[in-house]
Design a protein around this ligand. Structure first.
Ligand code: HEM
Length: 468
């Protein structure tokens, strides 16, 4: 493919950016490969074209996979006046709605981010610590010693409960369990690589009634929408009636209802609905997959289990959650799990609003540039023996934001990264305190497509043994 998008760096070497070619059926097959095996797709293209390559660029605007840290650094430095990001996330609209932060750009995005951000900081996050440990114990309370379980469903139930109680501040009740089961049904619609194809091919998104796959998804989505509106209405009423005398609630729904922008404006019900759904979707699928990977790695590699258990033991029999979150090896295990198989193999693509040169590459306006997380995470110059799971690399070296990017970066960086890391550490530690585990099958496993993310295979099983 001849490209207008050229690298103009060292000694005026004039290297054209290349990438896979082909239209029609070839293009569809390429997209299918990208959906079903994005990591293999990226590895093949890196071998053929190098760490930075492009797709499209003839009839469609080019999309650049950026596996060069310097280029990623410059992409992350771009702000909303220079790039549009939300406009590329239309694929998520069916899930999250028009007002979701994921779909917004410019000032609208800035405003939503400002309103959402405080809910994910410091004191508020700290108030969820004990809740996370308690919910982990609740989920595992009925496990029988020697029982073999499919790992994902209980982890999904756990992260969903954390989100519903932390994000919505929902307590036990019918609405909680209804939302819980609808969310699971909707997400399970895209649980397998082949069913995930619905998300990537809009032509398949046809509502032919409740017995068709897409029709069923829409039906569940409408039910969920109603439940969320009911919760928003009840919470507004409660806060109005209780006024100053209300107990200080720290859940994110309450904080969002009370949040005001610089003009003193709060969020409308529509905005609240779309942001809550966004947080639920963005926040619990991703964390579930990460948690299952962590359990896998700890029990796939005996030396990792030995080290992590001895670090935990150093805190005594009932460790303080704060101390758990500070443990270096536990943190490194979580970081390494997100490095080797990032849940999102790339960040969101950013479309350049004007022509520009970044890290020596010249791009025309309209080009989409996309930090390729998986490619960066497997560069041998940054991560020697990158296919090996070696948490120590995070103890020996501090990686820059453009070298380690499981949560993306710049002005679109994941809002929930601190909450996610806290959940991963506290849930893992709590499970290891109460149980020993072994994998039901000892071989290596590869990530599989699950909706928009990459996850451990849905069938992965673990055997649980009660410690006390
Ligand atoms: C292990 C868990 C998670 C992973 C791997 C993850 C990953 C990501 C990634 C890669 C992005 C795109 C960033 C970019 O393009 O630069 C993102 C965005 C986002 N994430 Fe997460 N995420 C996780 C958990 C969470 C949680 C727990 C929440 C909230 C409760 C959350 C909320 C969001 C939101 C709201 C955005 C959009 C930010 C924006 O567009 O400004 N995520 N996440």
């Amino acid at each position: 493919m001849t490209s207008k998008f050229v690298q103009t760096d060292t000694a005026s070497q004039y290297q054209q950016l290349k990438g896979p070619e082909g239209k029609g059926l070839k293009r569809t097959l390429r997209l299918l490969r990208l959906v079903l095996d994005p990591m293999g797709y990226m590895e093949d293209n890196v071998q053929r074209y190098g760490h930075v390559f492009q797709i499209g660029g003839d009839n469609s605007p080019p999309l650049i996979y950026a596996g060069d840290p310097k280029l990623v650094q410059e992409i992350f430095a771009l702000d909303a006046t220079q790039v549009n990001t939300g406009q590329n996330n239309g694929i998520l609209r069916a899930m999250v709605g028009d007002y979701s932060i994921l779909l917004l750009d410019g000032n609208a995005h800035k405003r939503q981010r400002k309103l959402l951000m405080p809910s994910f900081h410091g004191d508020y996050l700290r108030s969820y610590r004990q809740l996370i440990c308690n919910l982990t114990r609740e989920i595992s309370a009925n496990w029988q010693s020697g029982q073999s379980i499919v790992a994902r469903p209980p982890m999904q139930k756990l992260t969903l409960s954390i989100m519903l109680q932390a994000v919505f501040g929902l307590r036990e009740g019918t609405r909680l369990s209804q939302i819980q089961s609808l969310m699971s049904l909707m997400l399970d619609s895209f649980a397998y690589p082949i069913t995930s194809v619905f998300l990537f091919f809009p032509s398949l998104q046809k509502d032919w009634g409740r017995w068709s796959p897409w029709g069923r998804f829409i039906y569940w989505r409408e039910q969920l929408r109603q439940l969320i509106y009911d919760e928003i209405r009840d919470r507004r009423q409660y806060l109005e009636q209780a006024g100053e005398t209300s107990e200080k609630r720290t859940d994110i729904l309450t904080l969002l209802i009370q949040a005001r922008d610089e003009n003193g404006e709060g969020m409308s019900d529509l905005e609240l609905h779309d942001e809550l759904i966004t947080l639920l979707f963005a926040g619990h699928e991703t964390t579930t997959s990460a948690l299952v990977w962590i359990l896998y790695w700890i029990h796939h590699l005996p030396e990792v289990e030995t080290k992590i258990r001895s670090e935990l033991a150093s805190l005594g029999s009932s460790p303080d959650p704060e101390a758990i979150t500070q443990l270096p090896y536990l943190s490194a295990v979580c970081q390494e799990a997100l490095r080797i198989y990032p849940i999102a193999p790339t960040t969101f693509p950013r479309t350049l609003r004007q022509s520009m040169t970044l890290a020596g590459y010249s791009f025309e306006a309209g080009t989409a540039v996309m930090p390729a997380t998986y490619i960066i995470h497997h560069r041998e110059d940054l991560y020697p023996e990158s296919k090996q799971f070696r948490p120590e690399r995070f103890l020996e070296h501090q990686y820059a934001p453009h070298e380690y990017l499981p949560f993306g970066g710049g002005h679109r960086r994941c809002l929930g990264s601190a909450l996610a890391m806290m959940e991963l550490k506290l849930s893992t530690a709590t499970l290891l305190q109460d149980f020993n585990f072994s994998l039901s099958r000892s071989g290596a496993i590869r990530p599989a497509r699950r909706g928009l993310t990459m996850a451990p295979p849905a069938s992965m099983k673990i055997r649980v043994f009660k410690k006390r």
